[in-house]
Ligand binder design. Structure first.
Ligand SMILES: C[S@@+](CC[C@H](N)C(=O)[O-])C[C@H]1O[C@@H](n2cnc3c(N)ncnc32)[C@H](O)[C@@H]1O
Length: 262
């Protein structure tokens, strides 16, 4: 479904992944991928339901898994599966081709749940109006443009619509967060995934959805503990502290908040 990566980007990815290959070759039982090297068990990769969901996620990229982020998907599936038992809809801010959300919808047999999955993205990269001065200074807009040009970010919503067409209970909302937030016509949200790679829309999304989150709802922050994304982490920490919660930093680079009851 995705148009595919440029040849230059493929070569670059091979180079970046060399260190993981080396780790796996020297230490055959470790998990080594996606900025994570771990000596503990990662038995989830052998679970047939995980395999099926992960494969469906990769289908959104055109059946070629150039993400290689099994552990992050495992965390996403766990959060989504736990959230599926609560009242409320699902929201993702920052969808791109739709890898994680497609995996979740496959895993949960989505239409059976009677919930709506709201999928928000510009589908054309970062919006220059919604980055901080420091992010701009650090080249976030050039990186985003490069990702769109090389196929690492989606550049049109058409392939995304085709990817999600198999499910009825989804709504794709095109445009920049925070401007599109009030198009999510749901009063209760059980799962919120925030993955926009820049602070202002991520902060806005957390602020906006917090009162709508069902007690026990899951907020997954894809880039919270990514090295080099301190701006996002500190901005989210400020909001979290205003809301009276803290973020659990995960070794996958993600952050997790569970909305307290009461
Ligand atoms: C890392 S990708 C998301 C990956 C996705 N969660 C997945 O499962 O593959 C980041 C996305 O955030 C989107 N984005 C960045 N700033 C945005 C904004 N202000 N509003 C909406 N989308 C935005 C980009 O267009 C890009 O598609």
């Amino acid at each position: 479904m995705a148009p595919g990566l440029s040849t230059k980007t493929r070569i670059w990815l091979q180079f970046v992944r060399f260190e993981y290959w080396l780790a796996r070759t020297l230490l055959p039982r470790v998990y080594a991928n996606d900025a994570l090297i771990c000596f503990n068990s990662y038995a989830f990769v052998d679970d047939p339901a995980f395999k099926r969901a992960y494969k469906r996620g990769a289908r959104s990229l055109g059946n070629e898994d150039w993400y290689q982020w099994e552990w992050r998907v495992h965390v996403g599936l766990w959060a989504a599966s736990s959230a599926s038992k609560l009242e409320g809809d699902f929201v993702e801010c920052g969808v791109s081709y739709g890898f994680l959300s497609s995996a979740i919808m496959e895993y949960l047999d989505w239409d059976r749940l009677g919930k709506t999955f709201y999928l928000l993205d510009t589908f054309s990269g970062l919006d220059p109006r919604f980055v901080t001065a420091a992010e701009r200074e650090a080249g976030a807009l050039e990186v985003s443009k490069h990702h769109v040009d090389t196929g690492m970010y989606v550049s049109s919503v058409d392939s995304v619509r085709a990817n999600f067409a198999q499910w009825k209970n989804q709504r794709i909302i095109v445009g920049a967060v925070p401007e599109t937030l009030d198009e999510v016509d749901s009063d209760a949200v059980a799962y919120l995934h925030i993955d926009m790679n820049c602070a202002p829309p991520e902060v806005a999304a957390l602020h906006y959805f917090w009162p709508k989150l069902t007690p026990g709802a899951f907020v997954l922050l894809d880039d919270y503990a990514n090295r080099g994304r301190d701006e996002q982490r500190l901005a989210i920490d400020t909001v979290a502290s205003e809301l009276g919660v803290s973020v659990c930093m995960l070794p996958t680079g993600q952050g997790l908040i569970i909305k307290p009851a009461g």
